[in-house]
Design a protein around this ligand. Structure first.
Ligand code: ATP
Ligand code: MG
Length: 366
């Protein structure tokens, strides 16, 4: 088996607040799941966010970005905190995150929303609606109305003040996000729903046309289309009808937050940001939670599940990913809960202890 050992280098960016706590746990889980599947990791830990600001005066040091770019995948904890909230714009931890996404050219943001049977009661939806939800929102991240020009403030022909933005998508931008979405759907249940506003917006008509063209490369994936207003409604009416959703930057911003609330537990939700080639960026969707930092109270499962996404979508190591996902389910089945997902009758544990339980379950899968 030694001959077939696969080696990957992973940049670990713990960041601020609970970031270092959840990254330390996730690193151990990644290491063990990898070793059981013939994978050897080289981890390189680099400063980023507020801790980098304190250390070297910028939120994303050049050394951190170049290490990230040279690695096979990047696992990020969380960044930010009260301490830096009054900093100038270019000296905010959050600026470092934008620079990192830009530097890695990650234009596709993947956010799963899965209602685990063990946590169905944390959903904001009725049990019968929430049960069994397992969907993925693929959001275009670097184009569309958030970046389109012209943009700004001005005056119209009547002398009224105006604010304006522009929705633009080039063919290559739609094509590459569509391909990632089709690939994602293929790794899941093979159903892709493209969400747009093609009944009103030219940018959306163009989006739909390109998605249909790319679909011919993926005859095994079943493609459907939905207007965004309907999609927003269907997500709370019957979320089970969705598997993979692909949409533009602004619609994805809104729909991915809506979808995450279906699960109701912020400490459980991972994310992936992918580019065309080069390393992907994997991080929990929650923030640095300064209110509980340093108290061993953080839920590391979102970061552990981000490590599973790293394996599946970043390295194509689906067996090791599955190992981690199963271990998380097994740990929940045994009743272990951190405070954010605790309900009566369960075992309340801290970040380290739930991490130890996941490790045990990775080692001896049921
Ligand atoms: P952002 O950095 O995106 O602005 P935020 O400040 O809006 O984030 P978070 O830092 O995610 O929000 O925290 C929101 C609430 O959720 C806090 O009360 C925090 O303690 C809790 N929380 C967030 N992540 C976790 C976690 N992994 N485990 C337990 N509780 C968490
Ligand atoms: Mg915050």
């Amino acid at each position: 088996a030694a001959a077939s050992t696969r080696r990957y280098s992973i940049s670990l960016l713990p960041g601020d607040g609970i970031g270092p706590e959840v990254i330390s746990v996730a690193k151990n889980v990644l290491k063990l799941a990898g070793s059981l599947e013939g994978i050897e990791f080289r981890f390189q830990e680099m400063p980023m966010g507020g801790s980098a600001l304190d250390l070297v005066g910028v939120p994303l040091p050049d050394e951190t970005l170049s290490a990230a770019k040279q690695s096979d995948a990047v696992l990020l904890g969380a960044i930010g905190g009260y301490k830096w909230d009054n900093n100038l714009k270019h000296l905010k931890p959050e600026t470092g995150l934008l620079q990192l996404r830009e530097g890695l050219k990650v234009f596709a943001n993947l956010r799963p929303a899965t209602v685990l049977p063990q946590l169905v009661d944390s959903s904001t939806l009725k049990k019968e609606v929430a049960e069994g939800v397992d969907l993925m929102v693929v959001r275009e991240l670097t184009g569309g109305i958030y970046f389109g020009k012209p943009r700004g403030f001005g005056t119209n022909e009547n002398g009224d003040e105006i604010g304006f933005n522009t929705e633009v998508y080039a063919a290559y931008e739609v094509d590459r996000i569509a391909r990632i979405a089709f690939e994602t759907a293929r790794k899941r249940s093979g159903k892709l729903c493209s969400v747009d506003k093609a009944n009103v917006l030219e940018a959306s008509m163009f989006w739909r046309k390109r998605v249909i063209e790319i679909a011919s490369e993926y005859p095994d994936v079943e493609l459907s289309h939905m207007y965004v207003d309907n999609a927003a409604m269907q997500l709370v009416r019957n979320p089970k009808q969705f598997d993979t959703i692909v949409t533009n930057n602004i619609f994805g911003d809104i729909l991915s937050d809506e979808a995450s609330m279906i699960t109701g537990s912020i400490g459980m939700l991972p994310s992936a940001s992918l580019g065309e080639s080069g390393p992907g960026l994997f991080e929990p969707i929650h923030g640095s939670a300064p209110d509980i930092a340093g108290q061993d109270k953080a839920n590391p499962l979102a970061t552990i599940l981000s490590a599973a996404m790293l394996l599946k979508y970043g390295l194509g190591e689906e067996n090791a990913a599955k190992r981690i996902e199963n271990a998380v389910l097994h740990t929940l089945n045994k009743g272990f809960r951190t405070g954010d997902i605790y309900s009566a009758g369960n075992k309340l544990v801290g970040c380290k202890e739930i991490g130890e339980e996941v490790l045990k379950s990775v080692e001896t899968p049921v």
